[in-house]
Design a protein around this ligand. Structure first.
Ligand SMILES: Nc1ncnc2c1ncn2[C@@H]1O[C@H](COP(=O)(O)OP(=O)(O)OP(=O)(O)O)[C@@H](O)[C@H]1O
Ligand SMILES: [Mg+2]
Length: 362
């Protein structure tokens, strides 16, 4: 069931377009991640949905009903703001019940509902504390309980984990997902952290300068970015730039700078040959001490020299210089030993289907 729909929504501040022709839908119980650099219009999009701003053009629909003219308190939205400010003068219980009291929820049932929400976010017994008596992670949970207490039709979370340190942020990410799933919340979560967007979202939207650049499942956005912007925003990438030619059976040849020739997967959407950028993900490049035969499929092979080896816990990050002087980032799983040393000559190989072709400069 389609709970939320944005249809061609545009928001201008004077001549500045903060959100431009944005359309998407969210189904019941789904989590949509809105991802993009600072200032790209993520919070503004949430403000259009919650009713704090009106779109200049386009519509916001809740379960098919146009929300035009409805004030924020007339929309059944649970909100967690970017700084998740709790009311400092209120106790935890008062914070959580705030929306219930505003919405004339049956007074007699409020204590039960508060207890239920605090159990959900694992803060049983914290009712009488004030925000300044809680850790950052606990405050974040109270803010989440407050957002979910009214059983909202749509839950909007603006950078819900951004105020937390890296470790806590990582732990709470999975808890947040479990809590949202437990109440089957229809959610939009805004973040500028690509890992967070991909691990939380059933679907991810990447925005830039007010516009949607691409929407898809996390794996799809990572494996099949349509532009250089999206490829660079989602994960690490190595780039080759050149002319595509001789396309046969979905594989083309790229003549790149530094005399490099490589085979790449032809994008279905742009059959024209010409100038393109090609992305190869670091984990898709294999390193061997010797050149290996590639069988019958065309395989990309080149000589390289290892310039740096960094052990990052479970991963090994290598910098490899290839002919022409370009440095490639290569990642491997570290399984207790590695043969790679700086200065070593190696062969590197990668498949044409792991070469993602996007329009030049996109
Ligand atoms: N009330 C306003 N008046 C004028 N410009 C605004 C207003 N609100 C937002 N903007 C502008 O609209 C653009 C989008 O802002 P928005 O807050 O949506 O960005 P964001 O993607 O949430 O960024 P961040 O990741 O930094 O929170 C910014 O350039 C911002 O300066
Ligand atoms: Mg914002």
């Amino acid at each position: 069931m389609r709970v939320l729909e944005l249809s061609h929504a545009t928001k201008r501040y004077g001549a500045f377009v903060a959100v431009e022709d944005v359309s998407f839908t969210v189904e019941k119980g789904q989590i949509l991640s809105l991802l993009g650099p600072s200032g790209c219009g993520k919070t503004t999009t949430l403000r259009l949905i919650s009713g704090f701003e009106d779109a200049n053009e386009g519509a916001v629909l809740f379960s098919g009903v146009d929300m035009k003219g409805r004030r924020p308190y007339e929309r059944n939205v649970g909100l967690l703001f970017q700084d998740y400010a709790l009311f400092p003068h209120m106790t935890v219980a008062e914070n959580v019940s705030y929306g219930l009291r505003r919405r004339n929820f049956d007074k007699g049932k409020i204590p039960d509902r508060v207890a239920e929400m605090l159990a959900l976010v694992k803060l049983k017994g914290f009712d009488d504390r004030r925000p300044n008596q809680l850790s950052g992670g606990q405050q974040q949970r109270v803010a989440l309980a407050r957002a979910l207490a009214t059983n909202p039709e749509v839950v909007l979370l603006d950078e819900p984990l951004s105020a937390l340190d890296a470790k806590l942020r990582h732990e709470l990410r999975f808890e947040l997902k479990a809590i949202l799933s437990a109440v089957n919340a229809t959610t939009i979560v805004v973040t500028h952290d690509q890992e967070e967007a991909m691990s939380l979202g059933d679907s991810v939207i990447v925005m830039s300068a007010g516009k949607i650049m691409q929407q898809g499942a996390p794996t799809e956005i990572y494996a099949d970015p349509k532009t250089r912007f999206v490829a660079e925003f989602i994960g690490r990438s190595n780039w080759f730039t050149g002319e595509l030619r001789n396309s046969t059976n979905g594989v083309a040849e790229l003549k790149a700078a530094g005399g490099i020739r490589m085979f790449v997967r032809m994008p279905e959407s742009s059959p024209n040959l010409g100038a393109f950028d090609v992305c190869v993900r670091p984990e898709r490049i294999r390193i061997g001490a010797d050149i290996q035969s590639s069988g019958d499929a065309p395989m990309n092979q080149m000589r390289g020299t290892i310039r740096d080896v960094a052990h990052l816990g479970a991963d090994l990050h290598l910098l490899v210089e290839i002919p022409g002087g370009q440095l490639l980032t290569v990642t491997e799983k570290y399984i207790g030993q590695s043969f790679e040393r700086a200065g070593q000559e190696v062969s590197i190989t990668f498949f044409p289907q792991d070469c993602i072709v996007v329009p030049s400069g996109s």
